[in-house]
Design a binder for this molecule. Structure first.
Ligand SMILES: [Cu+2]
Length: 440
């Protein structure tokens, strides 16, 4: 094993962690702070029939200027310095200073003129994923238009004829530009609302990145082993929670422009129905209840629900490797092994070396091990009962009685007697439970 492999293996915390400063050249990160969001205001009405504005957690919405009945917007494709979570900053690409770019939000029937300025070091285009518009506006470089050279500004103009949940992304050097963060949601409210009115409407873009610890540039050549998984380009605990009211009807619009992976997004504490895709609305007769929804690459999935049970509920990708931050996958399995002997031998070569993972990897985030600079190996968040072992594509749904007075930073206060805790031995006896019962 050479030094490079050692760092990759050890520093990624996949089973062994190198605690040597000489090797890791790092600093000890404090446990990241609990999520804090902007105040959960009641969203404003933006479309007929009381349709509310879409909230993009950790993101923004593209502003419009009305010029002679046309909504005029401006997207600037540009490099952005982006923080996935405290401790991990990268040089990404995005729009208008952020990844994902601002959510585009308009109404069926609107005429749009969107200027696209290219401040990247290479050409780009914008494709309006899912929208059926004149062919020359579709944005596929070489097929529908010539690429937008660095420094140029192009104008895209079209009328929105289909309401629904769409996306936008480059269609030039797609692999690189999307891997570096160029993507956004594109929402078209119907002229006449369909189905029951929702009180809150959220947009979450899922994405995957490969950022080797210590690097500042996501690897656009990655085909597997993505190690930073994000909602709106943020990894938990930096994902802004979704604060909603108990009994409110809520919509969440999920998009996926990951390179290779589909994401089964799982919601705790409620069941939902899929009401739309990037192909349109799902008829009521075709809906069925779910608690996880697969969001395939290059798709959107819209879900609606009413949450009746208050609390802090997890919402996350159910692929277990997608809720780990910068997990190393090349590590040997040390679960159940006694590594003291090997630690002594390796310490002769690498002072401070310590094998980890023999007792599982839960709780690893609180160990405060020295890490390479600019990395968040296996960092989860801090919960009201201790560390939360999940990071990455994980966020919180905070179901509250009075959501508009919450800023999302507080934890749910459980009514007495409603939290699982150590069982009482007298009660176990009465219930016929023997913790020492033998099997097999
Ligand atoms: Cu996933």
């Amino acid at each position: 094993m050479d030094r490079r492999q050692f760092i990759q293996l050890g520093a990624l915390a996949g089973g062994t962690l190198v605690a040597s400063h000489a090797l890791a050249q790092g600093q000890t990160h404090a446990v990241p702070p609990a999520p804090v969001s902007a105040r959960a205001r009641t969203p404003s009405i933006v479309a007929p029939g009381g349709q509310v504005a879409v909230t993009t957690p950790n993101g923004s919405t593209l502003p419009w200027r009305k010029v002679g009945g046309v909504k005029v917007g401006h997207l600037v494709a540009m490099p952005v310095t982006h923080t996935f979570a405290p401790g991990l900053e990268v040089e990404a690409w995005g729009y208008n200073g952020s990844t994902p770019g601002p959510t585009i939000e308009a109404v069926e029937g609107d005429r749009l003129r969107i200027y696209v300025t290219n401040r990247l070091p290479e050409p780009t285009t914008v494709h309006w994923h899912g929208l059926i518009i004149p062919n020359g506006m579709d944005g596929v470089s070489g097929l529908n238009q010539r690429p937008i050279a660095p420094g140029e500004t192009f104008a895209y103009e079209f009328t929105l004829n289909q309401p629904g949940t769409y996306m936008y992304h480059p269609h030039y050097d797609e692999m690189t530009q999307m891997a570096l963060g160029m993507m956004g949601m594109f929402i078209v409210h119907p002229k006449r609302p369909r189905g029951p009115r929702v009180v809150r409407d959220f947009a979450l873009m899922t994405h995957e990145w490969k950022v080797l610890p210590g690097m500042r540039r996501p690897d656009p050549n990655a085909m597997s082993d993505f190690n930073v998984l994000t909602f709106n380009s943020k990894a938990f605990p930096a994902t802004e929670p979704l604060v909603i009211g108990r009994g409110e009807r809520v919509r969440i619009r999920l998009g996926n422009l990951s390179a290779m992976d589909h994401h089964p997004i799982h919601l705790h504490g409620l069941s939902f129905e899929m009401t739309g895709t990037d192909g349109g609305f799902v008829p009521e007769s075709a809906r069925y209840p779910e608690t996880s929804i697969l969001v395939p690459v290059g798709s959107t999935r819209v879900i609606e629900f009413v949450a009746d049970e208050p609390g802090d509920w997890a919402m996350h990708c159910h692929m277990t490797h997608h809720v780990m931050n910068q997990m190393g996958h090349a590590a040997p399995v040390t679960l159940g092994a006694d590594a003291r002997a090997i630690d002594r031998r390796v310490q002769a070569l690498v002072p401070g070396y310590m094998t980890m993972g023999q007792e599982g990897m839960g709780g690893m985030e609180e160990m405060g091990m020295p890490m390479p600079a600019n990395s968040i190996p296996m960092k989860g968040g801090k919960g009201p009962f201790g560390p939360i072992d999940m990071g990455g594509m994980f966020t919180l749904l905070k179901v509250r009685e009075n959501p508009d007075t919450e800023d999302g930073s507080g934890w749910y206060v459980h009514p007495k007697g409603t939290v699982a805790e150590r069982a009482d031995s007298v009660r176990m006896d009465a219930d016929g439970i023997n913790p020492d019962e033998r099997f097999g």
